[in-house]
Design a protein around this ligand. Structure first.
Ligand code: CNA
Length: 407
């Protein structure tokens, strides 16, 4: 990470994280798409068209915006699930954002009411992006360190959505997951390093924000959690976890996208507003005939267009519910539940890896039946099990920055 910040990638342009909107770049006719439009349909696109006719008993499925019956009734999910079951998707690329972790109790940025941007008073910053602005950090690291206390790996567990991605790997279908998240939950659920690109960095390493001298990540965490400021042993400037801030270079691994996206035969886009560049534009770099499935609360990026690109599908609603539905269509739900149980049981059986909060939950864990996802794995599922039907916002708001115990 720190290395990648120092050494620019070996191409002409320096690619940094910026918040330019995806839509401004994606007109749906980018260079890659133009090149691909002239090509004949791939077998995959032909399958998809055929399946649309079948799925709606003779009528093509609508591909409109969120309100369309196709999107609400699972038409998009069903057609993609069917493609997968036919063995036509063997190089699945996942593009993920903060929405995949809200069920784990981590607020996203932009959800009204519960997102971090709606709770800025807790961080005492003048504008939302300041929290990831390196100049602002240089002057006052406290807002970011407050957020870091919430996000530091250890206090949250992966949820069903993370394990769905892990199952894609388990089934040999995952080419790579590109995540904007910095919570390490993909890693924690067992997705191996070589399948994972943490495009905006992580807390796994730390370094000086000025001279990039590495600093032991565990020491940085201990100091930050105790309210102290870690300082560079070389230049005494403030040390920060290697989370990519606006204006900083993305990790070298990010550039695997130049190989992966042209190879993808299915793109799954989950829980992101596609607002942060250059990440957001990645979704426009698959071949035009490759199915792109958006799973999100609302249409974002190129999925706001009407009509959609013909191979595009979206399923709007709560991500955990949608992914569970998708897994059921694929016949994976039991495997995922089993995987979650075994992974969590393994962790709880290893007392030295547990913090005190975890230990309290061991007792709860033992009470769960086969169908249940443990409390540890996500608040929503546990509530569902207890018969409570709380809305997303109620669930998420328990974890808003102002009420988070880590703060
Ligand atoms: P964002 O801009 O907050 O967008 C999140 C998207 O997910 C929105 O479109 C939401 O509607 C949607 N969403 C949220 N919860 C759900 C849900 N339960 N079901 C369905 N959809 C849902 O976040 P992005 O990831 O697009 O923005 C990228 C930023 C956010 C990255 O730079 C991250 O570093 C940063 N971030 C990361 C985390 C994390 O690591 N967990 C948390 C908060 C912010």
């Amino acid at each position: 990470m720190s290395e990648s910040k120092r050494s620019s990638r070996p191409t002409d342009a320096r690619i940094t994280r910026s918040s330019r909107s995806a839509e401004s770049r994606d007109s749906g006719s980018g260079h890659d798409e133009k090149a691909c439009k002239k090509q004949p349909d791939s077998p995959l696109a032909q399958d998809l068209r055929l399946m649309n006719v079948n799925a709606s008993k003779g009528k093509p499925l609508a591909q409109g915006h969120g309100g369309s019956s196709a999107n609400k009734s699972g038409g998009g999910l069903a057609s993609v699930a069917r493609l997968m079951k036919m063995g036509r998707c063997k190089n699945v690329v996942v593009v993920a954002g903060a929405g995949i972790s809200t069920a784990s109790g981590i607020p996203d940025f932009r959800t009204p009411g519960t997102g971090l941007y709606a709770n800025l008073e807790a961080y005492n910053i003048p504008y939302p992006e300041a929290i990831f602005n390196v100049d602002y950090f240089s002057n006052d690291p406290q807002p970011f360190f407050s957020l870091a206390k919430v996000l530091y790996p250890g206090s949250h567990r992966p949820n069903y959505v993370h394990y769905f991605i892990r199952m894609l790997h388990h089934k040999g279908l995952l080419l790579r997951v590109y995540t904007q998240n910095i919570d390490s939950l993909e890693k924690l659920c067992g997705i191996p390093d070589d399948k994972l690109v943490e495009a905006h960095g992580s807390f796994a390493t730390a370094s000086c924000h000025l001279c990039y001298t590495p600093y032991p990540a565990e020491d940085a965490k201990r100091l930050i959690m105790n309210g102290s400021v870690p300082t560079c042993t070389f230049c005494t400037a403030t040390v920060k976890p290697d989370v990519v801030f606006f204006g900083e270079d993305l990790p070298q691994k990010y550039f695997l996208h130049t190989q992966d996206f042209p190879k993808a035969d299915l793109l799954l886009i989950m829980g992101t507003s596609l607002q942060i560049e250059p990440f957001a534009s990645l979704v426009n770099t698959v071949r035009a005939t490759v199915p792109r499935l958006l799973l999100n609360r609302h249409a974002v990026g190129p999925f706001q267009r009407n009509p959609l690109r013909r191979a595009d599908r979206m399923e709007l609603g709560d991500l955990e519910d949608t992914v569970r539905q998708f897994a059921e269509m694929l016949g994976w739900n039991d495997d995922i539940v089993e995987l979650m149980k075994s992974q969590e049981r393994e962790r709880l059986d290893t007392p030295e890896t547990l913090n005190s909060e975890d230990k309290d939950q061991v007792v709860e864990w033992n009470q769960f039946s086969h169908q249940c996802i443990p409390t540890l794995v996500g608040g929503r599922s546990a509530k569902r099990q207890s018969g409570s039907e709380e809305s997303d916002s109620e669930t998420d708001s328990k974890c808003s920055p102002s009420s988070c115990p880590a703060k």
